[in-house]
Design a protein around this ligand. Structure first.
Ligand code: AMP
Length: 192
């Protein structure tokens, strides 16, 4: 069973690479950002609360996102080959909660893939995405805030996985195909 976390700063290519991974390894894709955007589109109470954080470039509170993710994990169909967690955990508290959640269902994280991309490139990619994404958080001011918050709150998550030997840094610069090859090489080494 492959339980992969894909993480990295906003714009690092997590979503794009997750789609390719789902295809190749037949994994289930769980993106907390997508789950939140669905709630926003439905205009649910949870969506309205989430929107107030997301459109300001802030993280949604831990308790709220942990609840959403644990429901998604518990609802997983029997027999899935594994999961790609895209955009979760984003804080050390979330990483700790994930360990507990997975232990309860006799599962564990296989590896955290950290996609590293230069800041200038991240900003360019996000501004370009903003031209078509319709996302309230893909504008320069919010992008800068998201990058700052990433450094403060999410970067320490890497140390958590380094300590338990489940960390892999991936060079996220280059073509989509090149980056995917780097990722697949790490995953294939974990499967042997
Ligand atoms: P993403 O699609 O992963 O870039 O997520 C978009 C936004 O959703 C983030 O900037 C956060 O505001 C919120 N979000 C997604 N995942 C999380 C998480 N694990 N913890 C807190 N906020 C999150």
């Amino acid at each position: 069973m492959l339980n992969i976390i894909i993480c990295g700063a906003p714009g690092c290519g997590k979503g794009t690479q997750s789609d390719l991974l789902v295809n190749k390894y037949k994994l289930e894709h769980l993106s907390t950002g997508d789950l939140l955007r669905k709630e926003i589109a439905k205009k649910s109470e949870l969506g309205l609360i989430a929107d107030s954080y997301i459109s300001n470039g802030n993280l949604v509170p831990d308790a709220m996102i942990i609840d959403i993710l644990s429901k998604a994990i518990n609802e997983q169909a029997e027999g899935v080959k594994g999961v790609i967690l895209d955009g979760f955990p984003r804080t050390v508290a979330q990483a700790e909660a994930l360990e507990v959640m997975l232990k309860k269902v006799n599962k564990e994280v296989s590896v955290l893939l950290d996609l590293t991309v230069d800041n200038d490139e991240l900003i360019n990619r996000l501004l370009k995405r903003g031209e078509t994404s319709g996302r309230s958080d893909d504008n320069l001011e919010t992008i800068k805030k998201r990058l700052e918050i990433y450094e403060i709150k999410t970067a320490p998550v890497s140390d958590f996985y380094k300590k338990i030997n489940k960390y892999a840094s991936i060079n996220g610069m280059g073509s989509i195909e090149e980056i995917f090859e780097r990722i697949a090489a790490v995953i294939d080494s974990k499967r042997q």
